[in-house]
Design a protein around this ligand. Structure first.
Ligand SMILES: Nc1ncnc2c1ncn2[C@@H]1O[C@H](COP(=O)(O)OP(=O)(O)OP(=O)(O)O)[C@@H](O)[C@H]1O
Ligand SMILES: [Mg+2]
Length: 424
């Protein structure tokens, strides 16, 4: 979102994941988003979705941005950055406001959302998003967009997404150390969901499950809105570590075996198949049944899906997920994952890759890019919202050039509303 081409703007999503940093560059115009370039660099600076080494993370961000700039041919100064980790919480809240002029205006919506976020939270936490679930005008409930409706009293039910402040600030600090301005911090599963879901799925209820390297994120759409978000601190890296320990092979070889010949469901593997397992610490390679590898992978994957199913059931929304589940994130690429998920979750499951963008889409046509592309989509909605509210150049100056502030994070609630509006 730095260089402005005529009638279009550049928006950059920065996905700082446990295994990699992805910078996705999109050009936004009235026809939508065109992917111009991607920078994807391995990163070892995070543990379970949270920055644990600022130097390593900063270095990976700088390399990813450099690669994305070169490919896209634009200079990147501002990004929409993802945040995640098991410190994320989702809690319901309500707001009520009087409708000023007898008809609901965007200002009334802002005021009622402001009321919904006015609840006590711990001093070391901050509100990331205010996700409206439904509005109520006088006694009429179930309203998705109340603007223009007549009434005297506007109410709202929201889900507040809160995060521990220091992991959020560390993401911002790492980006700033690369000379970048963070326009907004966005919850990663929210971004992933928007890039992989169809409108139909959101409408009838769906679970989005993003299995990354260090975390598994669960986000539920029910009743046309986001009903639940949670982050489980387990992911594909745990599968790799199990393989390394179980087959006594180096981590790098375990990762290679998982990707090339791993299978999440033992019964899909022929008993006669054999694989080559490199030894560790000078031991020679040996052959082993491929079934042995899947016998290591299967229980870990089973555990992950069982935890997800319990989470979903605990929310009481299980029966409302008519579209089933969409699996995304690099961790779902192990053979047999979709079949296994259907079995344990007891619902139809599909693989989710980014949709709704144009341009060099083959660059982002994989589940690992769901978050990066979703961050661009979020940024594009924020821009459209700013224009819709006619904030003009002063908004842009603020958004583009000044560091992310509490106030800006607060505004992301109403931004999210317009994002939802655009989606439905
Ligand atoms: N072809 C593949 N087959 C199996 N697993 C794969 C494949 N490609 C990537 N993975 C796994 O996907 C995981 C990384 O996924 P992703 O890039 O979505 O995670 P991340 O965003 O870095 O991490 P997180 O979201 O947890 O912070 C790793 O565990 C990796 O082993
Ligand atoms: Mg991720």
């Amino acid at each position: 979102m730095i260089s402005t081409v005529e009638n279009s703007e550049i928006v950059v999503g920065l996905d700082i994941g446990t295994t990699k940093v992805s910078a996705v560059v999109g050009e936004v115009d009235e026809d939508g988003i065109t992917i111009l370039g991607v920078g994807n660099v391995p990163c070892r600076g995070l543990r379970k979705g949270v920055v644990s080494n600022v130097d390593w993370t900063t270095r990976s961000i700088a390399e990813a941005i450099e690669a994305a700039q070169t490919m896209a041919g634009v200079e990147i100064r501002t990004v929409y950055a993802g945040v995640c980790g098991s410190h994320i919480r989702c809690q319901p809240s309500d707001g009520v406001a009087a409708i000023g002029g007898g008809e609901v205006t965007p200002t009334d919506v802002d005021r009622v959302l402001e009321g919904a976020r006015a609840i006590p939270i711990d001093a070391d936490r901050q509100i990331l998003h205010v996700l409206p679930h439904e509005f109520i005008v006088d006694n009429q409930d179930g309203i998705r967009d109340p603007v223009g409706m007549s009434g005297v009293r506007l109410g709202v039910h929201v889900n507040l997404i809160t995060a521990a402040s220091s992991p959020v600030q560390n993401v911002i600090r790492c980006a700033e150390r690369c000379g970048l301005t963070v326009a907004d911090v966005v919850l990663e599963p929210l971004a992933s969901a928007d890039s992989v879901l169809s409108e139909d799925e959101k409408e009838i209820g769906v679970a989005v499950i993003d299995i990354g390297g260090g975390t598994t994120d669960v986000l539920l759409y029910a009743d046309g809105g986001i009903g639940h978000v949670s982050v489980i601190p387990v992911g594909g890296n745990n599968v790799t570590a199990d393989i390394a320990a179980g087959l006594r092979t180096p981590m790098g070889e375990a990762e290679r075996l998982k990707r090339k010949v791993g299978c999440a469901l033992g019964r899909m593997v022929d008993d006669a198949e054999e694989i080559e397992v490199p030894g560790v610490g000078g031991h020679l390679s040996r052959t082993a049944p491929r079934r042995l590898l899947s016998d290591i992978i299967e229980p870990r994957v089973e555990e992950i899906f069982a935890v997800i199913r319990n989470r979903v059931e605990d929310t009481g929304l299980y029966d409302q997920l008519s579209a089933g589940a969409v699996l995304t994130g690099g961790g779902v690429l192990i053979e047999g994952m979709i079949e296994f998920a259907e079995e344990i979750l007891g619902m139809p499951v599909r693989l989710g890759t980014p949709i709704g963008v144009r341009g060099i889409t083959q660059l982002v046509d994989a589940p690992q890019y769901a978050t990066g592309v979703g961050l661009v989509q979020y940024g594009a909605s924020a821009l459209a919202d700013a224009r819709g509210r006619d904030l003009g150049s002063s908004y842009h100056e603020d958004t583009l050039e000044s560091p992310v502030s509490e106030e800006r994070i607060a505004r992301s609630g109403s931004r999210f509303l317009s994002w939802l509006r655009a989606a439905f």
